[in-house]
Design a protein around this ligand. Structure first.
Ligand code: ARG
Length: 578
């Protein structure tokens, strides 16, 4: 209704000409399509951010309620718990999936894996960009390559996409709680290229993801054993990424063969190599962190993780087999990390940010900050308070970091909009590759490495479940205020949170530029008409009409569109309100 009135009031001229010169110009459908696609992305990011903000606060409330009401740990707070090291079933593939890997075919030279064939294979994403593979080794732990985190060690920015199901059921995406690179990882030599990633929520046993088996320790299978590699990496060197998981079978090679092939760059104490000296079948960029598993024979064969994809000299080149981190030699480190007591390590930023900090240290010295008080003698209250302050300080640093990254992410998100799209010119991407020294370990040629480029907005994690705060609020100081904050947050974001998923697309219907209104910066005044579900808005904006100026004007138009939808929804809410 309001819109109809607006439309009548607004001058919406068609393409008119004066003395044969056009006065107005409509952006062509192809550009509207680009705008719509990018608008949809921005809308989805706004929804994820809103979900994340609401979920974090809801978690804080639950955590506090939990503190007030005594023990009993909700599932989503499992990261505060120790991972039980009970050896559940592992390494079991779907019946029938075990035979699909062909010995040859042509990752490089592999074949497409059927959905659900590798239930432990995960994808590590920085923002929305998939950068590495990983392997689920326990309900809350993923093993991957340490080099994936060079220059991008902020756990708040990473998520893990779990394996999809056998019928292509959507992979669950889980935020990362903690990244533990091996303390002796050397980015120059790729020595000890291994990292453990702790998930924020453990993998649901009801979903399709399952852990692989870890080796019981050396010895490893003998040279010649056919093992499997899998991942979404490039199909050939510098080639495109695979759209679906690919797999290949590669034999383990002896230490001698590996040394001869790869020279001094190979450190057999932490690396093994596998593949064909004839070349043609190999892992490649993007496969890093993914699994090299060998099947352990028996009545129920199990896949055991002996390698984590680390580096190579090119991909599939003759005489240059792929190099994998030797998992078996790290068995003790892995066990230690996965079973460490919560108080033995510093709380992660994600934990601290979801935590309602008490003003005073808890009398029993337990809780999230226990790590800082670990050296305090029992009766030393001053020491406990200092430790508590130290913990609060770290939380403030985490808050700043999270804020800085959100802002940075938004900025970069805007820059991403200038990426290659039909009708728009590509901007040279800012180089974010590590120094050459990082990519070229001493003593041999380049180790292919994908780098964390294209950072996106922090907190772009999809909230898979939003815990509703419930329980008694009396006897829980500060709870009321927190719940009010939550209600306010939910109200502020209701416009995007309540959008039905089928309406989660923005459509730009028309952009009409006034050709007589060129500004000093080369932009034109324009009327923009956009739709979201059954809601339509019209707003004035500035638009460029050449590829470069158009690209420059897009981010602002998208933000304006978001604002217009938000105001329209709020206005409607007010009109319809009680
Ligand atoms: N370092 C690569 C990555 O970051 C993996 C390279 C594996 N190369 C090979 N030829 N096997 O994805």
């Amino acid at each position: 209704m309001l819109l109809a009135v607006l439309l009548l009031l607004l001058p919406m001229p068609g393409l008119r000409t004066a003395h044969g010169h056009p006065l107005y110009m409509r952006l062509p459908p192809s550009t509207l399509q680009v705008l719509s696609a990018q608008g949809t992305q921005v809308l989805q990011a706004a929804r994820r951010n809103a979900q994340w903000a609401v979920m974090s606060l809801a978690m804080e409330i639950q955590h506090r309620l939990h503190g007030c009401q005594g023990p009993g740990h909700p599932r989503h707070l499992a990261s505060f718990l120790q991972e039980p090291s009970e050896p559940g079933p592992c390494g079991e593939r779907l019946p029938g999936a075990a035979n699909v890997t062909r010995a040859h075919g042509r990752i490089v030279g592999g074949s497409a894996a059927p959905p659900g064939a590798w239930p432990w294979l995960v994808r590590l994403r920085l923002g929305r960009q998939p950068l590495c593979g990983g392997v689920l080794v326990a309900a809350s732990w993923v093993l991957t390559a340490a080099h994936c985190f060079v220059g991008a060690s902020n756990e708040l920015l990473w998520t893990v996409a779990l394996a999809e199901g056998p019928r292509g059921e959507q992979a669950e995406e889980v935020p990362v709680n903690r990244i533990l690179p091996h303390p002796k990882f050397d980015p120059q030599t790729f020595h000890n290229d291994l990292a453990l990633v702790q998930l924020w929520t453990p993998v649901s046993p009801a979903g399709p993801a399952r852990p692989v088996c870890l080796p019981r320790g050396p010895p490893e299978p003998p040279a010649g054993t056919p093992c499997s590699i899998a991942g979404w990496g490039a199909l050939f060197e510098d080639g495109p990424e695979a759209e679906a998981v690919r797999e290949a079978r590669v034999p383990l090679l002896s230490e001698d063969t590996c040394r001869r092939a790869l020279g001094p760059g190979l450190r057999p104490s932490s690396m093994l190599c596998a593949g064909y000296l004839a070349g043609g079948v190999d892992s490649c960029q993007g496969d890093s962190g993914g699994p090299l598993t060998c099947s352990e024979p028996g009545p129920r064969p199990r896949e055991v993780l002996f390698g984590v994809t680390s580096w190579g000299d090119g991909c599939g080149e003759p005489g240059k087999p792929g190099v994998y981190t030797r998992v078996a030699v790290f068995k003790d480190w892995l066990q230690e990390q996965m079973t460490a007591a919560a108080a033995a390590r510093e709380p992660s930023c994600r934990e601290l940010l979801a935590w309602a900090a008490p003003a005073e240290p808890p009398a029993d010295g337990a809780g999230l900050c226990a790590f800082y008080a670990r050296r305090c003698p029992r009766s030393d209250g001053a020491c406990a308070r200092r430790a508590h302050q130290q913990c609060l300080q770290r939380r403030r640093r985490c808050e700043l970091r999270s804020l800085a990254h959100t802002l940075l992410g938004l900025l970069r998100g805007a820059q991403d909009l200038l990426g290659p799209r039909p009708g728009l010119r590509r901007r040279a991407p800012a180089s974010s590759r590590p120094a050459r020294a990082l990519r070229e370990p001493a003593g041999h040629s380049a180790r292919e490495q994908r780098t964390p480029s294209g950072l996106r907005a922090a907190g772009e994690t999809s909230a898979k479940q939003r815990p509703e705060p419930r329980g008694d609020t009396k006897d829980c100081p500060g709870m009321k205020a927190l719940q009010q904050r939550l209600a306010a947050l939910q109200r502020a974001h209701a416009w995007v949170l309540q959008l039905p998923s089928e309406h989660l697309a923005m459509n730009f219907h028309e952009v009409l530029a006034d050709l007589g209104s060129k500004t000093l910066t080369g932009l034109f005044r324009a009327w923009v008409q956009a739709g979201l579900g059954d809601r339509r808005v019209v707003f004035p904006g500035l638009v460029g009409l050449e590829p470069a100026t158009l690209a420059r004007s897009l981010p602002r138009l998208l933000v304006q569109a978001l604002q217009a939808f938000r105001s329209a929804a709020l206005a409607e809410g007010e009109l319809e309100g009680p």
